[in-house]
Design a protein around this ligand. Structure first.
Ligand code: NDP
Length: 268
């Protein structure tokens, strides 16, 4: 038995992770089961994980920082992000934290040969995107509607601006919307004329929001930028987590990320 797995969050009913992981278990003939757990307080995360006898988990909003703080060891880019979306239990009691959002994003754009990037937004997902771009030496600028969340990025050496004060002095190959503007409303993530100026000299537009054409992507399309929503990133982060869940016991299986991702893509 591979074990039991779950995704933690609040809210959590909307999460597609159980469908993706259970489908991949079935396709590979692995005896794993993945569910969702609604948690009131992040302080109980570790205790809940251990008392439920889980072998691994995904952690989503608003508990990714708690997941970072409560594991025994943090590996990879998660160390710089300060947030984990994946836990794997090793040797019965050693809880290891990872961040697969970051690599999940990078897998989507790695073929583009990006020279520089502009991130709109400064929340949790912006941290994952910014740190993976930095780890690949891609110069990255951030803009955000308010100043508070920018301090994390300023400390990490990024060029940062409050959106209303930002005057672009160069073009950006890729514009990345990491805000939730457009998720449940019809808003652009920053001023329309500013965005038009940025689109007029950009090549790619990427919105982390998935399953809809946001006002941001619609505007970018009207400037003929090559556009992607967040679906592939969602699948990639799930496939990367899945590989981490399975590889301790099942390295005899052919668990390449692209193969797992293509299974997951079949049902999303
Ligand atoms: P956070 O709550 O951590 O950050 C939200 C960010 O959006 C903040 O920078 C906030 O600005 C900004 N923002 C919110 N509303 C507006 C608005 N109306 N105009 C301009 N800026 C706004 O969220 P996350 O970073 O975790 O998630 C952001 C989005 O990314 C969500 O839609 C989520 O679904 C998506 N996502 C997709 C993933 C995928 O795999 N495809 C993975 C992770 C996230 P301020 O700092 O001023 O509050």
């Amino acid at each position: 038995m591979l074990g039991f797995f779950a995704v933690y969050g609040n809210p959590i009913t909307h999460s597609k992770s159980p469908f993706l992981h259970n489908y991949a278990f079935t396709k590979l003939g692995l005896s794993g089961y993945y569910s969702r757990i609604l948690l009131d307080k992040g302080a109980n995360l570790r205790q809940n994980f251990l008392s439920n006898g889980l072998s691994g988990a995904n952690i989503t909003l608003p508990f990714k920082e708690e997941a970072f703080n409560q594991c025994d060891e943090v590996r990879g880019v998660a160390q710089n992000i300060g947030a984990c979306n994946t836990w794997v239990l090793e040797d019965k009691n050693h809880l290891v934290g990872y961040n697969t959002d970051a690599q999940g994003f990078y897998e989507c754009i790695k073929e583009y040969k990006i020279k520089n990037a502009l991130i709109i937004g400064a929340g949790g997902s912006a941290k994952a995107v910014a740190m993976i771009l930095q780890s690949h030496n891609i110069p990255t600028t951030l803009i955000n509607r308010s100043v508070q969340n920018l301090s994390f990025f300023a400390h990490k050496g990024f060029e940062c601006y409050v959106s209303s004060e930002f005057k672009p002095t160069c073009s950006y190959d890729i514009l990345i919307n990491t805000t939730s503007a457009g998720l449940n409303d019809n808003l652009l993530p920053c001023d329309e004329s500013q965005l038009k100026e940025l689109c007029s000299c950009g090549k790619y537009a990427f919105d982390l929001i998935y399953g809809k054409c946001t006002p941001f992507l619609a505007l970018a399309q009207s400037f003929h930028l090559s556009c992607s929503d967040g679906k592939e990133m969602l699948i990639n982060q799930a496939a990367l987590s899945f590989e981490l869940f399975c590889k301790q016991k099942y390295n005899k299986y052919n668990l390449e990320i692209q193969r797992i991702a293509s299974f997951m893509n079949e049902i999303l």
